[in-house]
Write a new protein. Structure first.
Length: 254
């Protein structure tokens, strides 16, 4: 039986709104602004929840994000069919396009990993987050990298946040975030990154297993994550027991 998708979408919306400094209500969705982290695309975006035309969404992105001084444009479309129908016009307007799958864990028992995983503070994790963003965005400024690291703290505004780190000796090899909404009996695992020097050693799987055990201990009935449906990690998560239950479309222009 598929989970209640409204439960996942509802959490994602509450979670996003809780982290914003300003929320602009729109006839077909809402806009998020985070004035402390203006360089974070995810925290400064347009969310389309019901049918809208590409022309009105594109114009609103310019008005709201541009009006707030944001150089980027980021639009999330919740509905799979609507997002696919809008994609050609967004791409023609210079946006990149990604399809993101919401994946729910089967609930099967999870064996502990052999690699040590610890819950850590942002102060402890921050150097590793900046290190790994520097690999992904080699041309990014120190200001951008700093905001990408420090924005992690915003997650605690919308859910119980646990920062997880997998160690290789004394060094953080991989890290991820676990969000728990106890009232909704739901947990989300996100932002898994393994540094290239430590890939292929099981650190990522150890983080997934640790997060699933922690979610179970918090009595969460549903554990989910999101993954790029066109990335290799999508199949990897499937092998770890996750099933694709819905898809959203993300359009970005830097």
């Amino acid at each position: 039986m598929l989970p209640n998708l409204d439960q996942i979408t509802g959490f994602e919306h509450r979670f996003a709104r809780a982290q914003a400094t300003d929320v602009v209500e729109l006839p077909w969705g809402f806009a998020l602004l985070q004035n402390d982290f203006p360089l974070s695309h995810f925290h400064n975006r347009i969310v389309v929840t019901v049918r809208a035309t590409a022309a009105e969404v594109l114009a609103t992105a310019d008005d709201v994000l541009g009006g707030a001084g944001r150089a980027h444009r980021y639009v999330t479309v919740d509905d799979d069919a609507l997002g696919a129908s809008l994609a050609p016009e967004f791409v023609a307007a210079g946006y990149s396009h990604a399809v993101v799958a919401a994946m729910v864990h089967s609930g099967a028992p999870v064996e502990p990993g052999s690699q040590p995983v610890r819950a850590v503070s942002l102060e402890t994790l921050r150097p590793a987050v900046i290190r790994d963003w520097r690999v992904a965005l080699p041309d990014a400024t120190d200001e951008v990298l700093g905001q990408l690291a420090d924005r992690v703290a915003l997650g605690a505004k919308g859910a119980d946040l646990t920062l997880l780190a997998a160690y290789d000796g004394d060094e953080i090899a991989a890290h991820a975030e676990l969000y728990v909404d106890r009232a909704a009996s739901l947990a989300q695992f996100e932002s898994l990154v393994t540094h290239p020097d430590f890939r292929g050693r099981g650190h990522g799987a150890a983080l997934v297993r640790s997060a699933l055990r922690r979610a179970k201990e918090a009595r969460c009935a549903l554990s989910f994550l999101t993954a790029d449906a066109q990335d290799w990690t999508y199949g990897w998560y499937q092998r770890l027991g996750y099933t694709d239950v819905s898809r959203s479309h993300h359009f970005n222009r830097s």
